[in-house]
Structure formats: C-alpha cells, structure tokens
Ligand binder design. Structure first.
Ligand SMILES: Nc1nc2c(ncn2[C@@H]2O[C@H](COP(=O)(O)OP(=O)(O)OP(=O)(O)O)[C@@H](O)[C@H]2O)c(=O)[nH]1
Length: 316
C-alpha cells in the first residue's frame, strides 16, 4: 500500500486561504503563529505583520483578563471552549462583510478555541476559529423585533391606540388575581358616550370616529401611566386603576366627565359637544371572578345612564 504524499506547505497555505472562517494559532505567550487569509482580509493586517505579534498588542478590543480566563481550561484540560455571539458579539472587531444589507456595522462572531498538542500530548498552542454569524444574528434580531411589533399591534385598538378589549381583560384578570393575594384595593371605571348614535347621525360616522379618538386622548391624559385603559367596544371604555380605592376612582371619573362635557371634539372645523356616563366600582373580596367586578361596574354605568346621563355612579 502506498503512503500518501505529505501535504506541502503551499497546498496548506491554499487550503487555509480558501477557508470561509478565520483561523488563528496562538502559543502560550499569546503570540500569533498562524493568521489565515480570512483574518488578513477582515483585519487588513497581512500575515507577515501579524505572525510573531502579541494578540493583545495587536487587538486592543480583546479584554486580556477575560480572554485569558476563557483559554485557561483549554491549555490546562486539553478541552475546547466556545464564545458565542449572544454572550459577546465579537472577539475581533471587524466591519460587517455586507454593511448595507446586514444592518449591522460590525461582524458578529462565534468563536471556537481548540487545543493543539505536541507529540507528548501537552497543549502548546490554541487554534482560534472565527465564524462570521452576522446574517444569522441580524435575521434573528429582525424576527424578534417583528414579534415584539406584532405582539404590540395585537394588543392595541386601531382607532384609539388604547388597549383592545382582549388584552385589557387579560390585564384585569391578572390584577384580580394579584388583589386576591394583597391587602391593597383597586378600582374599575367604565364609561360610555351619551347618545352617540345621534353624533353619528348628525355629523357622520367619520366625525363619530374622531369623537371616539378624542375621548381616548382625554382618558390618556387624565389617568396615570400605571392605569390600564382600554376600548371595550363601540363607544365604551374601561380603565383599571391599580392601588386606587373607590373614593379616589370617583375623583378620576368625575374629572373625566367634566373634561368631556367642557371640551368639545373638533372634526373638520366643527365643534361636536358630547357627554359621558361613568360607572365606578372598587374591588370587593366577595367577587368570585373578574367578570363579577366588570359586571358590577357596568351596572353602575347603566345606573348613570338611567339617572339622566352625564354623571358618575358608584357601584353599591
Ligand atoms: N363612529 C363610530 N360609531 C360607532 C363605533 N362603534 C359603535 N358605534 C356607534 O355607536 C352607537 C351606539 O349607540 P347606542 O348603543 O344606541 O347608544 P347611544 O346612542 O350612545 O345611547 P346611550 O349609550 O344610551 O346614551 C351606534 O350607532 C354604533 O353604530 C365606531 O367605532 N365608530
């Protein structure tokens, strides 16, 4: 059987040069011994300049203490180690290969550190392999951003920008559960535009939409950031006021009623007067579920309508 001819150094150079990964060999004193074509083209440092140089002297972005702690077990235990882009975006700060399309100014890298042993099995140097994972990282980031956006959109009412009913109810359920474990109290406010059908009939549906949007703005400006405001449907809104008792909630409700009554909406230069009816209900320990709380608030709102509208009623 014939013995294959040893790979000559020219062929080895060619192989190293054609690799789509960075390949660096460092010895125990962190002196660079091998510097392949990938590293040359991304660092703009020729191998004739890099080889023989100290790694930290050439690349100030590499934190010496951190990197030494990373390679210590590779030297000591003869086992590989890995640095992934999620932990640390890069080892060598290189520009992204496709800065225009990749939306990243630098190259994200996964890095493997392999031990190289001598004939006695002693680790004498380490091979650093640098993988360009910029495209994967950027597309994952884009995917995550799109998910966050979708999640936000799925919670928002398109006309008013308030929480939609489904998400608001989710928040209400969570608050209901929290109240079961705490000594604080919270309140609900439910409100509805009076005779809204007349607004639509008189000024048209787009004007009605503007009134709905405008009232949402009043609600946003009148409540706290921690209050959870939602559009329950049509011209009905709900507000969850955490850590707010019935009396305090009545003050907020009255403020809302007054603002709505005093500040007409404006649609295409026409002022549209409107009023609201409001129901208020503080959390009660006797409730069996969040719906009982919502229903009692709705009952208070119904009483406000029955009592003549443009008023606030509190649940008994
Ligand atoms: N412009 C507009 N109108 C809506 C929207 N959603 C519901 N409406 C209208 O709101 C009106 C609600 O009417 P009703 O439920 O009779 O109540 P109301 O006229 O406000 O009377 P009260 O609530 O009893 O004071 C209906 O005419 C619906 O068509 C919307 O998104 N935009």
């Amino acid at each position: 059987m014939s013995v294959p001819a040893p790979i000559n150094s020219q062929l080895m150079q060619y192989m190293l040069g054609s690799l789509e990964v960075g390949l660096v060999v460092i010895d125990r004193s962190y002196t660079i011994r091998v510097w392949n074509q990938f590293m040359q083209s991304h660092s703009n440092i020729a191998d004739s300049l890099a080889v023989g140089q100290n790694l930290f002297g050439l690349f100030s972005e590499i934190n010496e203490n951190w990197f030494k702690s990373k390679v210590a077990p590779v030297f000591k235990l003869n086992t590989p180690a890995y640095i992934i882009a999620e932990q640390r975006p890069y080892l060598f700060r290189f520009s992204a290969s496709r800065p225009v399309t990749s939306a990243s100014e630098y190259m994200h890298q996964n890095v493997s550190l392999f031990p190289l042993v001598d004939e006695h099995g002693v680790v004498t140097s380490i091979c650093i392999v640098v993988y360009d994972v910029t495209d994967e990282v950027v597309s994952r980031q884009r995917f995550e951003e799109a998910n966050v956006k979708l999640k936000r959109i799925s919670r928002i009412d398109g006309l008013t920008g308030l929480n939609n009913r489904r998400f608001w109810e989710e928040c209400c359920v969570n608050e209901y559960k929290r109240l079961g474990r705490s000594n604080t109290s919270s309140s609900l406010i439910m409100l509805d535009i009076d005779h809204f059908k007349q607004v639509n009939d008189t000024y048209g549906h787009p004007a009605g939409d503007e009134v709905i949007r405008y009232l949402a703005e009043i609600i946003r400006r009148t409540t706290r950031e921690t209050d959870i405001c939602g559009r329950f449907g049509g011209e009905e809104y709900v507000i969850l006021l955490p850590d707010t008792d019935g009396e305090q909630a009545m003050l907020v409700a009255e403020r809302l009623r007054r603002k709505a009554a005093l500040r007409p909406a404006v649609y295409e230069g026409t002022e549209i007067d409107f009023t609201i009816s409001v129901g208020v209900c503080e959390y009660q320990t006797r409730f069996n579920n969040h719906m009982e709380w919502v229903e009692l608030t709705d009952k208070a709102l119904y009483n406000a309508k029955r009592g003549g509208r443009n008023q606030v009623q509190r649940a008994a």
